[in-house]
Ligand binder design. Sequence first.
Ligand code: NAP
Ligand code: GLV
Length: 313
Amino acid sequence: MSSVLVTAQLPPKAMDILEQAVAVEILPTGADVQALRDASRGRHAIVSLLTNRVDAALLDAAGPSLKVVSNVAVGYDNIDVAAARERGVIVTNTPDVLTNATAELTWGLILAVTRRLGEGERLVRDGRWTGWSLDFMTGMELSGKQLGILGSGRIGRAVAAKAAAFGMTAVFSSRHGAGEIDGHPVMSVDELIATSDVLSLHVPLRPDTRHLINRAALERMKRTAYLVNTARGPVVDEAALASALKERVIAGAALDVFEREPIVHPDLLGLENVVLVPHIGSATHETRSGMAELAARNVVAVLAGKPPLTPVG
Ligand code: NAP
Ligand code: GLV
């Protein structure tokens, strides 16, 4: 029977899918890098989380028996895909099943930052609310504004699809030139950054997207604009963002992802014009279960000699 290492307990349905086909071992909570390497030795598959670094050293520790690394995430910047390919190891991810949940969270963040929900909640809980007044806690109305979407893939398009409900005009930038995507205009990255009232990031983390939003990009944004990041932390230069928010180079930001999770840049923690949530884009019961089931099905397919359902690359 094939032997599979799962780096964390999965929801019951996903465990059932695996346990009906393979022998499963769950990595103990809190295991360090060396413990993960040791536990990987001789496995046929590893089910990884985005918090597990799957590099050449881990692949070598697993050894030649390893056939598949199944990531329970759509982003796979935690995996050295080239090293896996060199060793004949298939890598899979979990696209589509999390698109809607992540798009919903993105809209939650857009509303939270433009209407100052975090700031207002802190005020009420701290007993600092002194009453209603005309100019109190005013934010930006979404209707009539431009939502710029950087990364016109599954999640970016799902976010755009909900823009009309708020009266926003969604625009995209794409590496594939001008035109339209789902009826929304496509413009250059520079124009998107310079003209959007809300700029929402939906690109994967790759060498060309690392610090795509740096000080220069923030300075090109409108002073009244908001940045929302549900993609990956390192797409934004967090130190540059913290100073830009402090200096009011932009109006505000909402972040689900961070450069060194779970550490958040200390300067962000003291700012009122940033909403901070702990990487919960796909965190609904339905979606996390769907992700784990898809990851399990990928393992079972590959170990049965069938094509993976959702291979990477
Ligand atoms: P996707 O369908 O692959 O979409 C990514 C899009 O980004 C593609 O359209 C791609 O364009 C575009 N892109 C890549 N590099 C670019 C660049 N340098 N400039 C402009 N566009 C670029 O992926 P997805 O399913 O939408 O997921 C997107 C990312 O969201 C994931 O990689 C993950 O990091 C993140 N995510 C986060 C959470 C969360 O919990 N916060 C949840 C799910 C996903 P091409 O078509 O030209 O390659
Ligand atoms: C979550 O961040 C994912 O990439 O699935």
